[in-house]
Write a protein that binds this ligand. Structure first.
Ligand SMILES: NC(=O)c1ccc[n+]([C@@H]2O[C@H](COP(=O)([O-])OP(=O)(O)OC[C@H]3O[C@@H](n4cnc5c(N)ncnc54)[C@H](OP(=O)(O)O)[C@@H]3O)[C@@H](O)[C@H]2O)c1
Length: 235
């Protein structure tokens, strides 16, 4: 039986991935702080961990043998929007810690647990294609994830590990439920999971969706700044 560890599997996109991989016959390890949602799932083992705490990360995954995982998905993330009138440095640090620094703790403990020839996926975001208003912390963290994925891809090639960067557009989850702006082409977690699993099965380098949004963002990024501003402030 193939084994996948999903870090950030207790809600939203990760929870849907855990359900779908289990239904497809995988053994799923599902990690996050609040494990209630995954505790009852068949073929899913819940792991309680706050990934911003290096010690917790070490303890949570210590029992996992080396070369045990076929697939590791680092999906945990958070978002806080900032107000430049009163820039909140603590909020900035919280987002960068969860979305970036904690990935370092996870990689330290988990890279040896991944099979040679296996797969590593990092959840970034479509925001890397265009700076969004108030997304100074979130966007910067995901831009860093993009670079991190690129470097890991180069260095893990010697172990034949494929590294995928997942770039979702807007997906209806608790994370986006707080958004007070228009979210074009909002998808369900089930649709997102289907695209992610299909991309991972193909060992795709970048799994970006929905295409309409990705191409719109790429196109907008080529237009004059005034056009970009007009579009982004209409959202
Ligand atoms: N939804 C979207 O539109 C969208 C778009 C682009 C990218 N993304 C990215 O997709 C990923 C999943 O987001 P989502 O929308 O599914 O959000 P979500 O429903 O809020 O899920 C976030 C997941 O991350 C986990 N997590 C957060 N902080 C953690 C911590 N300190 N330690 C351990 N686990 C932690 C949460 O678990 P606990 O709370 O149980 O700890 C939860 O399982 C994130 O990386 C997000 O940035 C989402």
């Amino acid at each position: 039986m193939k084994q996948v560890l999903i870090v950030g599997a207790t809600s939203g996109i990760g929870l849907q991935l855990a359900r779908d991989y289990a239904a497809d016959g995988w053994q799923v390890l599902a990690a996050g702080r609040n494990i209630a949602a995954v505790s009852e799932l068949v073929n899913v083992s819940a792991i309680a961990v706050d990934i911003t705490d290096a010690q917790q990360v070490e303890q949570a995954f210590a029992a996992l043998p080396d070369q045990a995982l076929d697939l590791l998905i680092l999906n945990a993330g958070t978002c806080e929007y900032l107000d430049t009138q009163q820039f909140d440095g603590a909020a900035f640090a919280r987002v960068i810690n969860t979305n970036l620094v904690a990935l370092g703790y996870c990689l330290q403990q988990l890279l040896t647990k991944l099979n040679d020839g296996g797969q590593l996926a990092l959840t970034g975001s479509a925001v890397v294609h265009l700076p969004f208003p108030r997304a100074e912390a979130y966007g910067a963290s995901k831009a860093a994830v993009h670079y991190l994925a690129g470097s890991l891809r180069l260095d893990l090639a010697s172990r034949a590990i494929a590294v995928s960067e997942i770039q979702p557009g807007f997906v209806a989850t608790p994370l986006t439920a707080r958004n007070q702006f228009n979210m074009p082409w909002l998808m369900t977690p089930a649709e997102a999971s289907m695209r992610i699993r299909r991309g991972l099965a193909r060992r795709q380098t970048t799994i970006a969706f929905p295409r309409r949004l990705i191409w719109s963002l790429k196109l907008l990024s080529l237009l004059p700044m005034s056009w970009q501003h007009r579009f982004l402030h209409r959202m």
